[in-house]
Every structure is written in C-alpha cells, then in structure tokens.
Design a protein around this ligand. Structure first.
Ligand SMILES: [Zn+2]
Length: 436
C-alpha cells in the first residue's frame, strides 16, 4: 500500500473518480461562463456554434462546444484570446514560430502556481524530492521546458542546476561534481550525453549518481527507454506537456504505465479524424480543456498528439486518468504510398535490433510519382564489419523487420557510429523531401 509520502497531495491524487468528475463539471461550467463573458474570441465561437453556457449540464455536453486550434492562437496573436486582464499576467512564453507565426501564452500568478504543483505531483510520483539534485537541460527562455521543470523541482525541494541546452562536457562535469541524481532533457540529448561521457572516459552508469531522467519534448519508444535505462543504469520517465497548455506538466509515475493527467485541472477527450469520441482504449487525437487556467484558458484544444486514454485506477493508487505513450504528433505522421507511418514505429523496430545504434534518420522522397522511404541507421561499433556480406545481411534484416511492422518496403542505409547529426534539443529525425 502506498504511503502518503509517495504523494504530493494524497487527498486529491487519490480522490474517488466520482468526486473528480463532480469537480470537473463544476469547473467546466464556471469556465464556460467565464470565457463567454470575458473573451470576445470564445463568445463569437460559441455564438457561431449556437451554444450558450447554460447548455452545459453534464460532462458529456462538452461535445456541444467548438474545438480550438493552434491556428486560433496564431490568428489571435499576440493576446486576443486571453481571458484575464493583461495587468494580471506575470509571465509570457512564446513558441519559436518555426512553422508559422509564433504563439504567445500568458500566465497569471495562479497559472504559474498550478503549473508548478502539477509538476510537483508528477515528480513526487517518480520519487524525486528533497535531497535530489536535478539538472535541467531543457532550453530556458521563451521555450517552456526549462523554467517549467525548474519550478516543479524547486517546489518539491530538490536542488536545481539550471543548465539549459548545450555545452555537453560541462554538463557531465557538473553532473559528477554536484552529484546530480536526476536530469530533464530530450531522450536524444541524453543519448548524446552518454556518448560524450564515454569519449571523456566517464561512465554515467558507474561514475555518477544519476538515477532518473525525465525525458520528453519529442516522441520516443519503449524500446529506446529500455536501451537508455540499461546503458545508464537509471529509470527513465516520460514527461509531457505542450507550450499552449503551460509547458511540461505531467510525467509517468513509478509504474511507468502511462502519464497521469491531473483531472482537477484538465479535462481530456480522445477523438477520431471526424472529431467524434473514440471508444475507451482506442487510439485517437488528444483534446484538452484547461479547467484552472486564468490568463489563457483553452476549450477543447486540439493538441495534435496521438494517444490512448486509460481511465482505470493506476497501481500507484492515483485515480487520475493516464494517457498512454504518445505516438507522435498527427502532423508528424508520414503518408507513404497511402500508408500512415509514425516515426515512433520505425524507432520501436530499430531499437529491438542489437546491431543498430541509437541514432537514425528517416527520409521521405518522391521518385517520379512514387513515394520512397529511406531509413539511415547507425550501426554499433562492435557490429560494424569490414565484410560487405555481413553488412548486406544486416541491411536485409533491418528492411525485413521494418516491412513487417510498417507494411511497406523501405530502403535501408547503414552508416558508421557518429555519422548522423546529434542534437542538443529536439532531434530532426525526419526529413521530408517531398515538401521541398
Ligand atoms: Zn500511477
């Protein structure tokens, strides 16, 4: 039986589902009422959809409300979607705008507190707390990753090293010298760190106190988790959140079976491509309604990530729903010769082949009318052979394993360890030349 020490807020984290649902309904009603009165954007949207706040009588009525999209945030740049007076905003974050106009998110003091406690609950569920030392290797600044993890870790009483992105050798030195027990970064960066440490003659597993990592900001597979945990001798937890919802907000608990989403602050739906709810346990697009956000509440926000919702009470005792491992963004999905391919599927396959290293690249191209998928794969040093026949055999094996899962043939290119680009932040694993 879990003790209250395993929880940040035992009462709410173990609250009966019925109680959580009642709380959600109460908060949803007041949210809808509030945005209808205070946000010109939402009032217009609701009027267009012919919905009035008093029509929300049960949680199921949420489907009457219109969706919101990232495009809405862009179109209403910078703050036209805000529901609180700007004088109450204590912080702004903004997206980089790599795929269009940036989006701006504002936070009231209450929003920052809610963000920090969300992560405090999450970190506690993984056993991070007083006495731990966390390196935050996510970017600080307008990107939400760094400051989000920072505030959450300070809240639970851990010592924080606000490292930011880059300077990998220095990160490894500080990891050793300050006895860091945890790190928050992207999975590809942690793998890069491990390689760099090796080249410095340091084994993260043997020569540091690192025992856990919070990895996110890019999709990663269970197989990659297995590799990281084995190579570094740590527990690797999935951390999740997007800048529009605040930034990183949730992690897996010690059970490592889905990411707990705090139901007192967020209401989740999973929908199919027509916008209809999928049956529980089926894959679909995640839709989030923020129940507590003051500056920029989002109603039925189309996050764009593909996942499965699990409403069963977790073994850890938490009653809050879990989203199962994010399979990638709906806009990351490649359509190759009419077949949907997620980069995470390719990663899953590659990481089960021992001769394959941690780094790979996916290239989609068009030859004439035909889509072509090439997977460039680094081969581990031990497996890299001078014998052409061995390499050809491995190439065939990789191609065969990929075809079994993807149902399309792929070209496989084997390259030596260290050939493919390493990233400090989000890795660029997919190159779609068809768009260029
Ligand atoms: Zn749990």
């Amino acid at each position: 039986m879990a003790s209250t020490l395993d929880f940040w807020d035992s009462r709410i984290e173990r609250a009966p589902l019925e109680e959580l649902r009642e709380l959600q309904l109460r908060k949803l009603k007041s949210l809808v009422d509030n945005v209808y009165r205070n946000s010109a954007f939402y009032r217009q949207r609701f009027d267009e959809a012919g919905v009035k706040p008093e029509m929300i009588k049960s949680l199921d009525d949420i489907v009457k409300l219109p969706f919101t999209y990232k495009k809405d945030l862009r179109d209403n740049y910078p703050t036209k979607m805000f529901s609180a007076p700007l004088s109450q905003v204590v912080r702004y974050h903004a997206s980089s705008g790599t795929t269009g106009k940036p989006t701006v998110v504002g936070y009231t003091r209450g929003d920052i507190e809610c963000w920090s406690t969300s992560l405090a609950r999450a970190f506690t569920s993984c056993g991070l707390g007083h006495g731990d030392v966390l390196i935050v290797s996510y970017g600080y600044g307008l990107f939400t990753g760094g400051l989000g993890a920072h505030y959450g870790a300070e809240e639970v009483g851990a010592s924080v090293i606000p490292m930011g992105v880059g300077n990998t050798q220095r990160q490894i030195e500080l990891m050793q010298d300050l006895h860091a027990t945890a790190i928050a970064c992207t999975p590809s960066y942690l793998l890069h760190m491990n390689e760099t440490a090796k080249s410095m003659g340091i084994s993260i597993k043997k020569d540091t106190d690192l025992r856990m990592a919070f990895l996110g900001a890019e999709p990663w597979s269970l197989e990659t988790r297995g590799r990281i945990e084995k190579a570094l001798g740590i527990k690797a937890y999935d951390i999740y959140g997007t800048s529009e919802l605040s930034g990183p907000l949730f992690t897996e608990c010690k059970c490592q079976d889905g990411i707990h989403v705090w139901a007192d602050h967020f209401l989740l739906e999973v929908i199919d491509k027509n916008g209809d709810p999928v049956p529980e346990g089926k894959k679909g697009e995640l839709v989030v309604t923020t129940l507590s956000k003051e500056a920029l509440p989002l109603i039925r926000y189309r996050v764009g990530d593909t996942t499965i919702l699990n409403n069963e009470v977790c073994e850890c005792g938490r009653t809050h729903p879990r989203i199962m491992r994010i399979m990638g963004r709906t806009d990351d999905m490649l359509i190759i010769r009419g077949i949907n391919v997620f980069p995470s599927q390719i990663e899953s396959v590659l990481m089960t082949i021992p001769e394959v290293g941690e780094h790979f690249q996916i290239i989609a191209d068009r030859k004439g009318e035909l889509d072509e998928l090439t997977v460039r794969v680094e081969v581990t040093r031990t497996a890299f052979s001078d014998k052409l026949a061995d390499l050809m055999k491995l190439e065939q094996k990789v191609g065969y394993e990929l075809q079994k899962v993807l149902n399309i043939s792929t070209k496989v290119e084997l390259v030596e360890t260290g050939t493919l680009p390493r990233s400090q932040g989000k890795s660029q694993k997919v190159i779609d030349r068809r768009k260029i």
